[in-house]
Structures are given as structure tokens and as C-alpha cells.
Design a protein around this ligand. Structure first.
Ligand code: TYD
Length: 229
């Protein structure tokens, strides 16, 4: 796999370089591509805590890690966030257009450059969120996947943090968060149903109703099995 990436790098770089499969030793030698790991699930599943724990673990193994979240705090992501916080979601078409634009910029400016520099990228939400949330709002789930995969890097591993709806509601309540327009119980159970129907070879379900350490241990096991770290 590593060899293949390296080969592809040379092949894509073109020019006069001749590659026989051995990494160049010069200081500007190509990095092996990093891995993209995304955390998904309804609100209150503990995604941001688990992103930080995995980032800390990977860094302790000498891996360079970039963490991020979507929607981003860029102009397109902020339009969606601000409308939801005001309890007044944008129209579904406008929401999809803003979120796609937000993701397009995120992929182009942050995610791809980091992966190409050999860094791992860990994301709190990515396009599976759009399949679940905009899907639960009535958009076609498979169409959303196609629109995203036309430009967005497909994850190496997606971790679906699954908890019962009641626990998600309890955790959000305990956080003292005022609910935004995405967080009512019926809507979140529709999102959860879409997540549970997703079938991608790189998507893994994590039982996220245990302790933070138990959930982290499951995640480490999946990363070990899938990415060898
Ligand atoms: P959330 O992870 O709750 O952000 P924070 O914890 O920083 O408030 O994300 C905000 C909301 O955005 C969340 O309820 C789900 C929604 N969302 C979509 O509807 N579609 C998407 O494509 C993404 C990435 C998020």
C-alpha cells in the first residue's frame, strides 16, 4: 500500500523522474500520504472528546495530526451555524449549497494539503453528516453522497459513534446547551436511522454509550486493524 502510494506520487508528479519504487533520499523526498479519519454520529455522542484522545495517541506515536470539524467557522459554515442557532434553518437547498461550498474549501485548503504532506487528518463530522442530517430533512441520501464524493476525499476510516437517542438528549441537556434547530428528538432519531442504514466498507460502528476510556479503546482497536497504528 505504502509502496503503491509512493509509486502513484511519482507517476502523478510526472516530469523526468524515474521511479523504481525506492524512496528518494533528498530532503524534498515525497511524504507517504496521511490517513483521513472522520467521526460521525448524532449530537451528544462525544465526537470532539474522542477526536482529541485519538489525536493525542497518534502524536505520542510520532504522527503529525491535524484536527478539524464541519461545518467549519468559514463564511459558508457560519451561515448554517448561525441560522440553526437562531432556531431558523435555511431552506434545504440553501443549506446543502452552503455546506458543500464549506466542505469544498475545507478539502482544498486544509484536508488535502495535510494528507499530501503525510499528516493524519481527524474530523469531527464530514459528509456522512450531510447524508444523515440533510437526508433526514428530505434530501436524497445517495444523491448527497454522489455530490460529495465528486470532490471530497473519501475517508480511510469513518467511526460512527452510536448512542441511544435518550442518552444523546440527556447529554445535551446536561451540557446546558440551548437546543439548536438540528437537535430535536424526532429529527435526531431520523438521522440515527440513516446512519444505521449506511453501508460503506470503511464505516465502523462504535458503541459510544460506555465511558470515555471504553469508547477510546474501541476506536484504537479499529484504527489498529484498519490502519496498522
Ligand atoms: P455540531 O457538530 O453540533 O457542531 P458544534 O458541536 O460545534 O455545535 O454541528 C453543527 C450541526 O451541523 C449539527 O447539528 C449537524 C449539522 N450538519 C449538517 O446538517 N450537515 C453537515 O454536512 C454537517 C457537517 C453538519
Amino acid at each position: 500500500m505504502a509502496f503503491l502510494c509512493l509509486f502513484q506520487h511519482f507517476a502523478l508528479a510526472g516530469g523526468d523522474a524515474v521511479c523504481y519504487g525506492f524512496p528518494a533520499m533528498e530532503s524534498d523526498s515525497p511524504h507517504l500520504r496521511g490517513s483521513l479519519v472522520v467521526f460521525e454520529g448524532i449530537d451528544g455522542t462525544g465526537k470532539s472528546t474522542q477526536v482529541e484522545l485519538l489525536a493525542r495517541y497518534l502524536r505520542s506515536r510520532g504522527i503529525e495530526v491535524v484536527t478539524g470539524f464541519e461545518p467549519t467557522r468559514g463564511p459558508w459554515g457560519m451561515r448554517v451555524r448561525e441560522a440553526a442557532l437562531a432556531g431558523d434553518r435555511l431552506s434545504i437547498d440553501e443549506e446543502i449549497a452552503c455546506l458543500l461550498q464549506d466542505r469544498r474549501e475545507h478539502v482544498r485548503e486544509v484536508i488535502e494539503p495535510a494528507l499530501q504532506a503525510g499528516k493524519w487528518v481527524l474530523l469531527d463530522r464530514y459528509y456522512l453528516s450531510m447524508m444523515a442530517y440533510q437526508g433526514a430533512s428530505g434530501a436524497n441520501v445517495e444523491e448527497i453522497r454522489e455530490w460529495n464524493e465528486a470532490f471530497a476525499t473519501v475517508p480511510d476510516v469513518a467511526l460512527w459513534l452510536d448512542i441511544p437517542i435518550e442518552l444523546s438528549q440527556e447529554r445535551m441537556h446536561a451540557r446546558g446547551n440551548g437546543k439548536d434547530a438540528f437537535e430535536n428528538e424526532k429529527f435526531l432519531s431520523d438521522c440515527a436511522a440513516i446512519y444505521s442504514a449506511m453501508e460503506m466498507p470503511w464505516l465502523h460502528r462504535v458503541e459510544a454509550d460506555g465511558t470515555v476510556e471504553e469508547v477510546h479503546a474501541q476506536i484504537r482497536e479499529i484504527i489498529q486493524e484498519e490502519l496498522g497504528i
